[in-house]
Design a protein around this ligand. Sequence first.
Ligand code: DON
Length: 303
Amino acid sequence: MQSLIDEIAERAREVIGRGKVADYIPALAQIPSRKFGMAICGVEGGEYVTGDADETFSIQSISKVFTLILALQTIGSTALWKRVGREPSGNAFNSLVQLESEQGLPRNPFINAGAIVVTDAITAHSVSPILQLLGLVRRFSGTEQIYIDEVVARSEAEHGHRNAAIAHLLKSQGNLKARVEDVLAAYYRQCAIAMTCRDLARAFLPLANGGKQYETGEKLLTPLRAKRINSLLLTCGLYDGVGNFAFRVGLPAKSGVGGGIVAIIPGKYAICVWSPELDELGNSLAGTRALELFARKTRLSVF
Ligand code: DON
């Protein structure tokens, strides 16, 4: 496995230079584009890393999986799924168009509109939603080192006009309970969580493992909830790039504009790759390439 991922890292790095690092906030635009890390955590305990796997990066939309889990725990699945759909959007992650035509019911919890409703579900029920979220991420990843990069969070807030527009639209449509300012503040801070590939592979292992924590075996999710989240990742985890990703890789996964992608091989592994250059849809270019090579070489996919 170690020599396999070292080789994959070398080949995936070949596409660096063809994408573009997220530049909507200065804190992300400054990340060196040649970074590449990969970590694999196995249900039977093995762990393999290569490249910059122990360097922290901005997890961005990958945080939407953690907030979904917390919201399901907070208000329950029946209440949450009345407010958010479970269909791919076929639109950019930050699009407003569908929200207007579909009367404030976001297509899924991973596009920004859906994620803002999910964050609202937590914010409306907690005095410190972000502390609760950090607690969950620390439990899942087994490390207390997880933190929020406040520079990124402030920058997100300063440049967050589109997210603010989405939140206000949702409020006007009756699908936001807490104050818009509070929901946005929580949303920007969740996007600014900093983690390493190793942390993320560990934190996502419960999705490969019927809900069990990577180290202690503690049950963090029911097998049914783990299965359902994987299904949502497969159909909605990479926005309007999800079909092509399923074609090339064939695994449930979640991406973020920080360049991270986490993929699940049910019953076997959680894998995190990080490379900051993105394709035109906002998904890591070399990260996608690495996962494609991994799935092809190991013949591991859900199909
Ligand atoms: O809200 C935003 O637009 C960003 N903070 C996060 C977007 C993101 O990561 C989308 N992922 N590909």
